[in-house]
Design a protein around this ligand. Structure first.
Ligand code: NOJ
Ligand code: CA
Length: 679
């Protein structure tokens, strides 16, 4: 903390330091020459150099100079909370807190606090503005919170797009980040990448092997933040998403900013299991959500992305027909799959995309004439399958807000408890963006309304998750990344094998991911001769363990699963976990995970690699001692290869216990999945 010490010396005060419970992470704070500075160290090594902040307001002076420390408060916190569903059952929330009370030494004498919470795997801090006479209505034009880094770290980043996260992650040194010119196709007509900034979560690795992941927690009536990159001074600074009027946040005191968060660890696996973001959110406000059960689901969905059928009816190839829905229901029921998503069921799809005027296109209650909604629901129920409604808004959120109660009342009357929403297109009204305050508030309105009707939400084209699934456990999943759909139609070659060896260390920090795994017909024949899924079949199976979501799609067409021996893994694999263990991982190279299903004592292992083949030695030490298990291995065939031979696989069974060590051979772009069932 040398620079901070120097600062201290020059202003004759010492910094205030707060340590994490084990002492491995320390945050120091000081006001020097009227500026507030914080710095962070990990195992005594500086990881964030003294860094400052300021706010720029409309019609008020900037805030950040001429500051005085009035007082401080500290506390230690330690509790454990239960996840109603999740990647683990119980979560420890153990941290130390420092609150600094600050005021301006000159007019307008504004007051605010900064609260730091320091955990053993990172920290969060936020600005808290109390009610006060000289600060009532607030219009924020910029919040510039700096993170001065200690080196030219290797970064896994995607551009700070104001609309969409459907970009491939790139790996470059910080100094080489060129977000504005980073081209990556997505299915919005246009997206807005205004400056050299990256979206969060963004993850980096220092030359000393320390990993830093930057994100934010509890974004609430505020704008999403991207991080502006200073490639010369090697630092980051929050760059809030705004609208075309230049305004970032409109609010009133009292208010808190979101938590600015940094996960810090020397083991990449700890990034995946970190609960820091969740712990910085408020406890459950929805109450009992036992009306939702984690599930696998099939869908009238992939067939549209393949062009086998369409969302609209005019094409003559309508996918959402009563008969087709029943075919999927029969398939789901036969295989113990509990959910069915039907897209293209409601009128409007003839005009949903590529039109400027998109208000009023969808009403979310009127089915196409060849789709008998109540009959589909009745038939599904009789077979133990429940429907996932689909509400594509075509990025016209005002239309959706007007319809919310009507749409959710219909779902309630049918006993349908889940909806997948979508926001394809640029936001109407023009000038608003998916990640701005206006949309943050829209997504929240939807979640709160849904909770009132006992509905869970899976949002596509969403605002990234910031841990609100703790507060609103009816937020079950989202698509804040390039999903499987890109493999069906993208013209840039689809998602490379390494894509999913990066997402768990980046996008997954935003919460459960609706990636939609499980494609068996990897070459997409005969529908898409020019596209393919870039992985082996065993890799697709492994994704059910590697990715976390309480809803996992069984995405391929039923005909591609019928009679397929490897489908047994998808039938068996759990979706709700007692605990999750990262066995081995390196970002962008490979991941091996094990998860224990709740209430059954069954374990599932998933391992994937990038385009390089790999041998991973898997220790089964996570199993309960003195119990024998039957393990079924779904592994790449000797000649498997993501491009040349993706469907080559083998199934082997053997008895294992907690002393077993097994060498997994992963093919290029390959994987392995293991189900482990107590004998
Ligand atoms: C984009 C979503 O990501 C995809 O899953 C959906 O099928 C289409 N929009 C249509 O809503
Ligand atoms: Ca999408």
């Amino acid at each position: 903390m040398s620079v901070l010490v120097a600062l201290t010396y020059s202003c004759g005060k010492s910094p205030i330091t707060v340590h994490s419970p084990s002492g491995n992470i320390s945050v120091s704070f000081i006001i020097a020459k009227g500026k507030a500075l914080y710095a962070v160290s990990y195992n005594k090594m500086e990881v964030i150099k003294p860094s400052s902040f300021n706010f720029i307001f409309q019609n008020a002076q900037p805030l950040g100079e001429n500051l005085r420390l009035d007082s401080i408060a500290t506390r230690s916190f330690n509790n454990r909370w239960e996840m109603p569903w999740g990647d683990q059952h119980w979560v420890n929330n153990t941290h130390n807190e420092l609150k600094v009370f600050i005021s301006e030494r000159s007019e307008p004498y504004r007051r605010f606090n900064i609260t730091f919470r320091v955990f053993d795997d990172g920290l969060g801090f936020r600005y808290e503005f109390p009610e006060q006479p000289t600060m009532d209505s607030v219009i924020i034009l910029a919040e510039n919170t700096r993170f001065n880094l200690t080196g030219n770290h290797t970064c896994w980043w995607q551009p700070g797009d104001w609309d969409i996260y459907e970009h491939l992650y790139r790996k470059t040194p910080l100094a080489k980040i060129d977000a504005v010119n980073s081209k990556s196709k997505n299915h919005l007509a246009q997206t807005y990448i205004p400056e050299n900034a990256v979206n969060t979560p963004v993850t980096m690795k220092s030359s000393e092997g320390i990993y830093l992941c930057f994100h934010e927690a509890d974004v609430n009536n505020y704008a999403g933040a991207t991080l502006r990159v200073d490639t010369v001074n090697l630092s980051l600074e929050t760059a809030l998403v705004g609208n075309d009027s230049g305004i970032k946040v409109r609010t009133k005191t009292p208010f808190n900013s979101p938590w600015r968060t940094i996960i810090i660890t020397d083991k990449p696996g700890n990034i995946i299991t970190s609960k820091l973001i969740l712990n910085l959110n408020e406890p459950n406000r929805v109450g009992d959500v036992s009306w939702f059960e984690p599930m696998k689901y099939v869908g009238i969905w992939w067939e549209m992305h393949l062009g086998k059928s369409t969302w609209d009816m005019a094409s003559g190839k309508h996918g959402a027909t009563t008969a087709n829905a029943k075919r999927y229901i029969d398939f789901a029921a036969k295989n113990g799959i509990k959910g069915l998503l039907v897209e293209g069921w409601n009128t409007g799809w003839e005009h949903w995309i590529g039109f400027d005027e998109r208000e009023g296109i969808f009403d979310f209650v009127t089915p196409y004439p060849d789709y008998n909604l109540s009959e589909v629901v009745r038939y599904a129920k009789s077979k133990g399958v429940s429907l996932i409604m689909h509400h594509e808004t075509s990025a016209a959120p005002r239309t959706y807000e007007q319809q919310l109660d009507t749409a959710y009342r219909l779902m309630q009357s049918l006993g349908v408890h889940a909806v997948k929403t979508g926001y394809v297109g640029t936001i109407i009204p023009k000038g608003e963006y998916h990640q701005g305050q206006w949309m943050v508030n829209h997504y929240r309105k939807v979640v709160e309304a849904a909770a009132r009707y006992h509905i869970v939400v899976d949002a596509h084209e969403p605002f990234k998750g910031t841990g609100e699934w703790r507060t609103y456990p009816n937020v079950i999943a989202r698509e804040n990344f390039r999903g499987q759909e890109f493999n069906a139609w993208s013209t840039d070659g689809g998602n490379p094998p390494e894509h999913l060896t990066i997402l768990p260390f980046t996008a997954q920090l935003a919460g459960p991911m609706d990636y939609t795994p499980g494609i068996f017909n990897l070459k997409l024949k005969p529908y898409k001769p020019d596209n393919q899924v870039n992985s082996t079949l065993a890799y697709q199976l492994a994704l059910y363990v590697v990715i976390y979501s309480p809803i996992q799609m069984v995405s391929d067409l039923p005909e591609n699963y019928e009679g397929h021996p490897a489908f047994q893994f998808i039938r068996d694999v759990g979706v709700d976990w007692e605990q999750s263990v990262v066995l081995d991982a390196e970002i962008g190279d490979y991941i091996a995970m094990a998860r224990e299903e709740r209430n059954t004592g069954r374990w599932f292992v998933g391992a994937i690699t990038d385009e390089n083949p790999r041998n991973l030695s898997i220790r089964f030490h996570f199993l309960k001692p003195n119990i024998k298990y039957k393990a079924t291995f779904y592994i790449d065939g000797d000649d498997a290869h993501w491009d040349k031979n993706p469907t080559s696989y083998r199934i082997e069974t053997r008895e294992v216990d907690n002393n077993t060590v097994f060498d997994l051979k992963l093919a290029p772009g390959g994987g392995a999945a293991i189900s482990i069932i107590p004998l």
